[in-house]
Design a protein around this ligand. Structure first.
Ligand SMILES: [Zn+2]
Length: 436
């Protein structure tokens, strides 16, 4: 029996339902395919990327069978060729499972991990490439979130994605983002999990109580005109992706014991890439969730021992309890956003040379309006990372904050459901828009 549309107690329950044992099992299964390199063989049922993706699909199908067919499970593929890391025509095949929302199904939140793996030579498709942390941990997290969240009903839709071709050039994410645009998906969040199980870093730090949230500060799709306007009105650190990161930072504080998130104000690690980027490039809010302390001897390495140093992304480098903690952070964040109303659209702000600040936004549509309790205005000093002040203003579409001067703060608006669950905060104008 699926639970009714949720509340805060259910968000706590979701966090507690995530199992480190099941995550360990799934990472072991993925590692046992030997290599999951994008160019590896696809015929065998024991070894290579074909076997791995068929197993992930079968696992989603099993989860769906247990919730009465609540997931639409499919392969999503595209033929890539003529690329530096994919020279010959290759099917890049992701596996996605969609849990349709009850009242606003065209609104989506996505959790992703990457199914492929690699060793030192990015073109080596035959050597053992266990990819235990990079990124079986992310795929195992996605499967576990699907197992738990498929026991509930949500207003908006949730997508669980095992994306292909990441190491060869972010192809699976690009294919999925382009399809989402074509299909008119209103994507409000992509939580890209890339390496969520390493708690013992190359820097000697051992830490299982923090995680990093990487997000772009300004939107990849910003026009020159919008950038010029932003120069005068602010918004350098208030893209929808950044406000998505702020939302998840609060979720960690409220629902995940012994986990604090570090919001990193950059798209990704210095000079490095991840699968949230193609979603940003398609205009969607998307962030990277990952461990705080990476270990480079256990990433993209041939399995070997050299000068007494053991190299390779093997299972013994994965901290399953830590991966479970980050998976719980994802699951609660997805549930909270899918139970909340859609983030407010068309948020605008007024108040230059006035004693008051006035915010306006578009009314909620259809069934969303029925589950809406109202809106909450947030503001903060311009040098603060998190929203500091808030005021619930009811079911209105404009509000004036008396004697609050527009120049001295950044402002935003969130939607609040009847049960109190809130959407992310939307910064005004094109700089902060989460879309319609
Ligand atoms: Zn990698």
């Amino acid at each position: 029996m699926a639970n009714q549309l949720g509340d805060e107690a259910q968000l706590h329950k979701i966090a507690e339902q995530i199992s480190a044992e099941r995550i360990e099992q799934d990472i072991r299964t993925l590692v046992a395919f030997g290599t999951r390199h994008t160019l590896s063989e696809t015929k065998s049922d024991k070894r290579g990327i074909g076997a791995a993706r068929r197993w992930v699909k079968a696992e989603f199908d099993k989860i769906s069978a247990e919730c009465g067919g609540c997931l639409e499970v499919r392969f999503q593929s595209g033929v890539i060729k003529g690329e530096k890391r994919i020279p010959n025509a290759t099917d890049v095949v992701s596996v996605i499972a969609i849990q349709k929302g009850q009242t606003d199904p065209s609104r989506y939140v996505v959790m992703s991990g990457d199914i492929d793996s690699r060793v030192s030579d990015v073109m080596d498709a035959t050597s053992d490439a266990p990819g235990a942390n990079d990124n079986a941990s992310g795929v195992a997290g996605v499967l576990e979130a699907a197992r738990v969240l498929s026991q509930y009903h949500f207003h908006g839709s949730i997508v669980y994605a095992a994306l292909a071709g990441e190491e060869q050039g972010l192809f699976g994410g690009k294919i999925m983002a382009e399809q989402a645009v074509k299909d008119g998906w209103r994507v409000k969040a992509v939580l890209n999990n890339d390496m969520i199980g390493n708690s013992s870093g190359i820097n000697g730090v051992m830490d299982n109580t923090s995680a990093r949230l990487f997000s772009e500060g300004t939107r990849a799709v910003e026009t020159a005109e919008e950038a010029m306007r932003r120069r005068f009105t602010g918004g350098e650190v208030d893209s929808p992706s950044r406000n998505l990161a702020r939302y998840i930072d609060v979720i960690a504080d409220r629902y995940i014991p012994n986990l604090d998130t570090m919001m990193v104000y950059r798209l990704d690690r210095y000079g490095r890439g991840g699968h949230h980027r193609p979603f940003n490039e398609a205009g969607f809010p998307a962030i990277r969730i990952m461990e705080t302390n990476e270990h480079y001897d256990r990433q993209h390495q041939d399995l070997r021992t050299e000068n007494g140093i053991v190299y390779g992304d093997t299972i013994d480098g994965v901290d399953f309890n830590y991966a479970a903690k980050l998976t719980a952070l994802n699951a609660v964040s997805l549930a909270s956003m899918a139970w909340a109303p859609s983030p407010p659209a068309k948020v605008e702000i007024h108040g230059a040379v006035e004693p008051h600040t006035r915010l306006t936004w578009a009314p909620a549509k259809g069934e969303e309006a029925n589950m809406l309790k109202g809106y909450k205005i947030y503001w903060r000093y311009t040098d603060q990372p998190q929203w500091q002040f808030s005021r619930f203003v009811g079911k209105v579409n404009e509000f004036t904050l008396k004697n609050v001067i527009i120049d001295n703060y950044f402002f935003g608006v969130a939607s609040v459901a009847q049960n109190g669950i809130e959407s992310p905060v939307v910064f005004p104008g094109a700089a902060g828009s989460f879309g319609e």
